[in-house]
Design a protein around this ligand. Structure first.
Ligand code: GTP
Ligand code: MG
Length: 195
């Protein structure tokens, strides 16, 4: 798959706007600011195709990108405190509605967790949702460049207690800065596409 041939398709602000699924989809889920858009840009080898911002809550729509016959879906970040109840509900409806649409050809969810911190309640809720609904997923531990080796080891140990079934879940340390993990992510996508 030529990841450099990615195209932005469109943004949807409402669940009802999202068309029926007609291609395999890979979705990227995680808290606001965890690095979803940065990761997508890294996979596509593009500077700012998925818009990255230091302002949390930037991606408030579901954004579809395509590479060849596959869609990449940038979900809105959840868990950003500084928004109105109405906005929160809007995002929840979008993410929840997308993930609950079992007619979609959803191949895999990349669940992003900031490697520096314990997962939030929302993160755990998301992981349990994926497990309970048998949605295939992997965990991507982001911002790996920000941790020194000792701290990184400590976080990896702590995740065993913090994340349900952590040791049974495929986990990929990732950094959009150093490029660590990007080849692993591409390999996972390619492998699923070849099946
Ligand atoms: P929302 O769209 O709000 O949900 O955020 P997002 O998950 O798309 O995060 P985004 O990619 O916009 O990144 C948020 C901030 O984290 C930006 O300032 C990025 O530059 C920074 N960032 C993302 N990935 C990394 C990384 O791997 N290492 C470092 N050091 N910073 C990163
Ligand atoms: Mg984003």
């Amino acid at each position: 798959m030529n990841f450099n041939k990615a195209e932005f398709i469109t943004s949807y602000g409402k669940l009802s706007q999202i068309p029926e699924s007609d291609r395999p989809e890979f979705a990227f889920s995680g808290r606001s600011n965890v690095g979803k858009s940065s990761l997508i840009n890294k996979i596509f080898n593009r500077k700012n195709m998925a818009r990255v911002s230091s302002v949390p809550g930037k991606t408030v729509t579901i954004n579809f990108f395509s590479v060849e016959d596959v869609y990449f879906v940038d979900l809105p970040g959840y868990g950003y405190a500084n928004v109105s109840k109405g906005e929160k509900k809007g995002w929840g409806d979008l993410i929840g509605g997308y993930l609950a649409d079992f007619d979609r050809d959803l191949e895999l969810v990349f669940q992003l967790i900031d490697m520096r911190h314990a997962p939030s309640k929302d993160d755990i809720q998301m992981i349990n949702y994926l497990i309970d609904n048998e949605i295939p997923f992997v965990i991507v531990l982001t911002k790996a460049d920000k941790l020194k080796p000792t701290a990184r080891k400590e976080r990896m140990e702590a995740f065993k207690d913090e994340i349900p079934y952590f040791e049974d879940i495929h986990c990929i340390p990732f950094s959009a800065v150093t490029g660590e993990g990007v080849d692993d992510l591409k390999a996972i996508i390619e492998e699923i596409r070849e099946d």
